[in-house]
Ligand binder design. Structure first.
Ligand code: SAH
Length: 687
């Protein structure tokens, strides 16, 4: 599988031992292996390999430029010397990870946060069963890095003193977070002790923050005199409505947007996209601007635009294009026409920390650091407006709907450029939910029976790269080691499968990569089918969110492996749970397979309230099979309290069985030899 976040990824080996170690990793990660000519013979054709002829030093600049992550299997000192002339800035340098030839240690050397080296290191360490060495402070504190906090939500990093704010977090100093817009999910998945203070202290509260994080659409200019380090993240919540004459240049529109944003103290990074009338879908300047800035262009028909109440309608525009407003109406619709933001879940439990120690913020009009430190008063955005329309504190937009001007931040403005004849009109609307700009993914992951080593590398990778991990709490606990700081982990009780699937789909539609975990194989009495069924019920187009299914070792395979080879001939699985399947159907299938001499794995054999089904199943089998047919009763296979018992069909009911047990019933040829259960395939006859 490919880990998108790190692609293209490269691994560098200089010795045959290193080649041996890196090859399987390259195959799992979809990485290219770089090797010197001398190692050529040791590679296998399944690995994407590149051979370099002279020194690694000469090749590295090229590799450095063209890859987002580099794994070295080399002495750390050598790596430091090799990369030092190439290092520029943590915002653009690739992730650099170093490991030793014995595969004992994996070191996150450079670009731990923004480059993702910490995450990659963790993943490699799990795949190799090695020790991850991650020295960044936030990792050890189990906190998301301040400089990657908004990455899953597509937020843009604004100006600020990132190093100093990260330093304050590392020192455990109180860091004030003022989040005016954007997803607040991250706040609910912090460790119990975290340094963040959300919102504004009461006057009688003695809180003295040592740093501040703003999460807003405002472009704040931080005063150089202030010794409180500050940073700003910009969730993409602003939709720019554009109306223009045919043929206006990209430059005119871009200049207009810059001017409007500057005049209103809006952050360009907070732009979600551009909205206009459908007849402008091919307007060259607009299309070029969207391509250059990687912005979506949303277009709406005149009939829809004309339904929107706007402050500045125009009769001339109405006569020309059939709607009295393009810019204002399109901005408003784009801002409302959005998936609803996933909020903190409805159920209790499952958080890795909470924010009860601090309050959700209310924007305090008297707070000195409002929306710009330097020129708050010159902004046409009234502070009161911000307070009222702040999606973090109210849902005025959804209530306001398309009526009223509540979500319109900037009314229509007309722009011209000297030397150019055309004009463009611009308006800006505020969306309740940010546009993440990401295609959501649903990774349906089978975690295997229990122990991590029984989970496939692809499944491990899927869990560790996901933004969100959702599953039944017991299964999440079993894979705890794979989780990374900053990941949103939502545990749900065993009975809430439907809610789990709905929640996963909701988050994926928002743009997040969501791993839904099931024990064993996720497509065998697991979550995969439920998620796909629910997507189908929602008329899913088969593409967005993207779905990938990761198989796992199912209970019947795991149990079989512990008792020998009982599944060597035709077999099937039957669940005895009649919660979702009528008992008549189960009975019919039991009879059919008993009669047809299949080896059978019985899932969900018995629960506290459901005890009769197993009795009936045994009765059916005894009608068609010998009483001494071998049976394996396997409980919590590959988990701490594993119990394995070999018995016979007539004694099956004497053994205690529960919901953590899977039962394997042999066919007429299955036998027990030296405590091994063997179903002959026929090579040596069937005796
Ligand atoms: N998706 C899972 C099955 C889920 S249904 C898989 O592929 O294994 C739940 C049932 O699976 C349990 O009632 C039990 O019968 C069986 N099961 C799951 N994990 C098990 C384990 N570690 N040991 C024994 N049985 C297990």
């Amino acid at each position: 599988m490919n880990i998108q976040e790190f692609q293209p990824i490269v691994a560098i080996a200089t010795t045959p031992t290193a080649v041996k170690l890196l090859q399987p990793i390259c195959q799992t990660l979809g990485a290219t292996l770089y090797i010197p000519e001398s190692c050529q013979k040791t590679t296998n054709p399944a690995t994407k390999t590149q051979i370099y002829t002279d020194s690694l030093k000469n090749h590295l600049p090229n590799i450095w430029q063209n890859h987002r992550a580099i794994i070295f299997c080399l002495a750390t000192g050598a790596v430091v010397r090799l990369i030092s002339p190439l290092l520029q800035d943590k915002t653009c340098d690739p992730a650099v990870v170093v490991m030793d030839e014995a595969g004992k240690f994996v070191i996150s050397l450079c670009s731990g946060h923004q480059g993702g080296a910490d995450k990659l290191t963790n993943l490699l360490a799990h795949l190799l069963n090695a020790t991850p060495i991650i020295t960044g402070a936030s990792h050890h504190l189990q906190l998301p890095g301040v400089d990657i906090l908004g990455k899953p939500f597509g937020w843009q990093r604004g100006e600020g003193n990132w190093n100093q704010v990260s330093g304050a977090v590392a020192r455990g100093e109180t860091v004030q977070v003022i989040q005016e817009v954007g997803a607040t999910l991250w706040q609910h998945h912090l460790p119990e002790t975290h340094p963040f203070y959300f919102g504004f202290p009461e006057t009688n509260e003695k809180i003295a923050p040592k740093a501040r994080i703003w999460i807003s659409f405002t472009q704040r200019q931080f005063s150089p005199e202030s010794d409180l380090p500050k940073v700003q993240w910009h969730p993409r919540v602003l939709w720019v409505g554009v109306g223009c004459e045919r043929g206006v240049s990209k430059k005119l529109i871009a200049t207009g947007i810059e001017q409007v944003f500057r005049a209103n103290h809006l952050a360009l990074g907070a732009i979600a996209g551009i909205a206009t009338i459908d007849i402008k879908a091919d307007e060259v300047g607009l299309v070029e601007l969207c391509q250059e800035k990687n912005l979506p262009l949303r277009t709406f028909p005149a009939e829809l635009l004309s339904c929107v109440e706007v402050p500045t309608p125009s009769n001339i525009v109405a006569t020309e294009v059939g709607t009295p407003s393009v810019a204002e109406a399109a901005a408003k619709i784009a801002a409302i026409h959005h998936e609803k933001a996933p909020t903190f879940p409805f159920y209790k439990g499952g958080t890795r920390g909470d924010i009860t120690k601090s309050k959700q913020q209310n924007i305090d009009p008297n707070f000195q650091d409002k929306f710009t430190e330097s020129s708050a008063n010159s902004s046409p955005l009234k502070q009161a407006e911000i307070r009222k329309d702040n999606p973090a504190t109210s849902s005025s937009l959804s209530k306001g709907g398309m009526r009223g001007d509540k979500n319109l931040l900037v009314k229509k403005q007309i722009f011209r450029l000297e030397g150019e004849s055309g004009a463009a009109t611009l308006a800006v609307a505020l969306a309740e939910t940010e546009y993440t700009g990401r295609t959501g993914k649903l990774l349906l992951v089978g975690t295997g029976p229990g122990k991590l080593e029984q989970m496939t590398p692809a499944a491990q990778t899927a869990v560790s790269q996901a933004d969100v991990v959702i599953g039944y709490s017991l299964y999440i606990d079993l894979i705890q080691q794979l989780l990374n700081p900053g990941q949103i982990v939502e545990k749900l009780p065993i009975t809430q499968e439907k809610q789990r699937a709905e929640r996963a789909i909701e988050l994926a539609k928002f743009g997040l990569t969501v791993a839904v975990v099931s024990s064993g194989d996720c497509g065998i009495y697991g979550m995969a089918g439920l998620v796909l069924e629910q997507l189908r019920a929602q008329c899913w187009d088969g593409k967005i969110p993207m779905v990938e299914v990761f198989p796992g070792v199912s209970a019947f395979q795991a149990a079989a492996s512990r008792v020998g080879a009982p599944l060597m001939h035709d077999f099937c699985a039957i669940s005895l749970s009649d919660l979702l399947t009528p008992w008549q159907v189960i009975e019919k299938r039991l009879t059919a397979v008993a009669m047809a001499d299949f080896v059978v794995a019985l899932y969900n054999p018995k629960s506290q309230s459901r005890t009769e089904q197993l009795v009936k199943a045994v009765k059916i089998f005894l009608e068609y099979r010998q009483p001494e047919t071998p049976v394996a009763i396997v409980r919590s296979v590959y988990r701490e309290n594993e119990e394995i018992l070999l018995t016979t069909l007539d004694k099956l009911l004497e053994v205690s069985v529960d919901m953590l047990t899977v039962i394997l019933i042999g066919n007429e040829s299955t036998g027990i030899y030296q405590d091994w259960m063997i179903t002959p395939r026929g090579y040596l006859g069937f005796d």
